[in-house]
Each structure stands twice: as structure tokens, then as C-alpha cells.
Design a protein around this ligand. Structure first.
Ligand code: F6P
Length: 285
């Protein structure tokens, strides 16, 4: 693997610069557009706006050769270099009730679809009461507050707290597998853990990074692959949580070890504190 740190840094900078513009555009863009994304979900005007802006900004970076978005079927060739996989507005169904949302970017040193082990950097922006960004590269995760497009580091070399405190699980409860339901029962009977679930992956993952715990969008009876997308959601988030000393899993192994077969493929996502992911894998297998 070559030294791509300047390009990764340029991607992080461009994401920070673009985040306030995406945020500022949200109030006027809560309406659905006519279309659906390749995963069959309704698109909002805000999804399209964020996608266009990020494609323009990230695609223009020297050293970025491919731009792929969760919103469009095919990756776009932008020159030579690293590949970026972007979920422009993750959790955008949270826009109507004014709940949290995020932007996710994975930077891969391979053409897409690529394995999580090919990631050389990953970041997400969280549009909460304030705009924050978590960025992982070169073995470290940094959390920033983003103001006017500038990043200010607020937690350097971030690692998951030793004592897990929160959990949040997606999907309809009757659609969970029996094994996952048994795991949830054990989690619920642990008095040191409390339920916190907002329905937007970045909000739900960021609290795990902050308090320790576990987030899952599990394999479902009706959808054994779960809901979340490997390239755009599972890999980048798995990379960030693993870099922060936690674990990611698809139920059997690290998400980063999965060989992808398609750009928009899905994966069950379990991320969080090592002891909880170990316990989950013991229960599922
Ligand atoms: O993939 C988009 C997303 O909104 C995630 O952010 C979130 O974890 C999940 O879908 C919630 O899906 P649902 O509300 O369908 O269970």
C-alpha cells in the first residue's frame, strides 16, 4: 500500500468544508424527489443535494480516482487514485421528524466494490445539535467539532470506554432471528446497559463510540443480509470502530474481512465494545 495520507487528509478536509453546506440546505429539502435509490429507498431532495456537492468536491481531489454513492447505481471515474464510497445523507428518513443524520465516507485503496481491509481512511459527520466528525486513518480516530467548514479536534486518539453503557438495535423485533433475540435478552438483563436507539446509524454508532456499548442492524428472518450497505455503511463504520479499539462483525467475522460481490450489497452490522461483540458471536454461532 502506498502513502496516501495527503489524499485521505484532503478528503477529510473537503468533507468538513461541505458539511455546513449540507446542513444549511436541510430545512428547504425535506420533500421526496420522484426517484428511489439503488436499494429501493425513497430519495429526498436533501439526499440529491448532498450527493451532487460531495461528488463535485471529492471527485475534484487529486489522488481520488473513483466516486461511488449510495444514491446512484454506478461508480463514477474521476481520474487516478483512491476510491471514495459515500453515503451522502445517512438516515435521511430522520429529516422529517428532525432527528439526527450523518454523512459517511470510506476511502479505499482499491477499485469499488472493495473489501474493508482496503480502507485507508473513513469518516462520518453527525448532524446533531452540533456538527461533529469522527475520522479514522493511520491507526487513530479523532473527533472534531465542525464550525464554518473548519475542524477543531475535541478528542484525539479516541478509544471506546472500558465499561460499555448503551445499546441500540434496528429492524422489526418480530423479524429478529431466535439467536439474536436470545442475545438481546442477555443484554437487556445486564443492569449496566441501557437502551438508546434513534434510527439513524451514525447517531446510534456515535453514542457507542462515546459511551461504549453495541449497535446492531442485524440479519433478519426476512432479510438475512440485513439492511445496511457494506461499501457505504458497514465497512467505514466497522473501520472507525475497530480503529477505536472496538470490534465489528457480520455475525461471524470482522466486517472488514468480507469479500464484496456488488457495489450495493448489504451486510448485517454489529459494532461496538469487544466483549459485547465477542458475546454476540458466541450466541449466534
Ligand atoms: O441505511 C439508512 C438507515 O436510515 C440507517 O441510518 C439506520 O440504521 C437504518 O436505515 C434504519 O432503518 P429502519 O428504520 O428501516 O429500520
Amino acid at each position: 500500500m502506498g502513502d496516501h495520507s495527503d489524499t485521505v487528509e484532503a478528503v477529510f478536509e473537503a468533507v468538513a468544508r461541505t458539511a455546513p453546506e449540507i446542513r444549511a440546505a436541510l430545512p428547504g429539502r425535506r420533500a421526496e424527489t420522484a426517484g428511489k435509490n439503488p436499494s429501493g429507498e425513497l430519495r429526498l431532495a436533501a439526499d440529491d443535494y448532498a450527493d451532487d456537492l460531495l461528488e463535485e468536491r471529492l471527485g475534484a481531489i487529486d489522488g481520488v480516482g473513483q466516486y461511488a454513492s449510495e444514491e446512484t447505481a454506478e461508480a463514477v471515474d474521476t481520474g487516478d487514485g483512491l476510491s471514495v464510497a459515500v453515503d451522502p445523507l445517512d438516515g435521511s428518513s430522520n429529516l422529517k421528524p428532525n432527528n439526527t443524520m450523518g454523512t459517511i465516507v470510506g476511502v479505499y485503496d482499491a477499485p469499488l466494490p472493495a473489501a474493508g481491509r482496503d480502507l485507508v481512511g473513513a469518516t462520518y459527520v453527525l448532524y446533531g445539535p452540533i456538527t461533529t466528525m469522527a475520522a479514522a486513518a493511520e491507526g487513530e480516530v479523532t473527533e472534531y467539532v465542525v464550525t464554518d467548514g473548519e475542524r477543531e479536534s475535541v478528542r484525539a486518539d479516541l478509544s471506546l470506554p472500558d465499561d460499555p453503557a448503551v445499546y441500540g438495535f434496528g429492524g422489526r423485533v418480530p423479524d429478529w432471528t431466535d439467536d439474536f433475540s436470545s442475545f438481546v435478552e442477555r443484554i437487556e438483563s445486564d443492569e449496566s446497559l441501557r437502551l438508546r436507539y434513534g434510527g439513524s446509524m451514525i447517531g446510534d454508532v456515535n453514542q457507542v463510540l462515546t459511551y461504549g456499548g453495541i449497535f446492531a442492524y442485524p440479519a433478519l428472518e426476512s432479510a438475512p443480509e440485513g439492511k445496511l450497505r457494506l461499501q457505504f455503511e458497514g465497512n467505514p463504520v466497522g473501520y472507525i470502530v475497530e480503529t477505536a479499539g472496538g470490534r465489528s462483525s457480520d455475525g461471524e467475522r470482522s466486517i472488514l474481512d468480507i469479500d464484496p460481490d456488488e457495489l450495493h450489497g448489504r451486510v448485517p452490522v454489529y459494532v461496538g465494545s469487544t466483549e459485547l461483540i465477542d458475546r454476540l458471536e458466541d450466541t449466534l454461532n
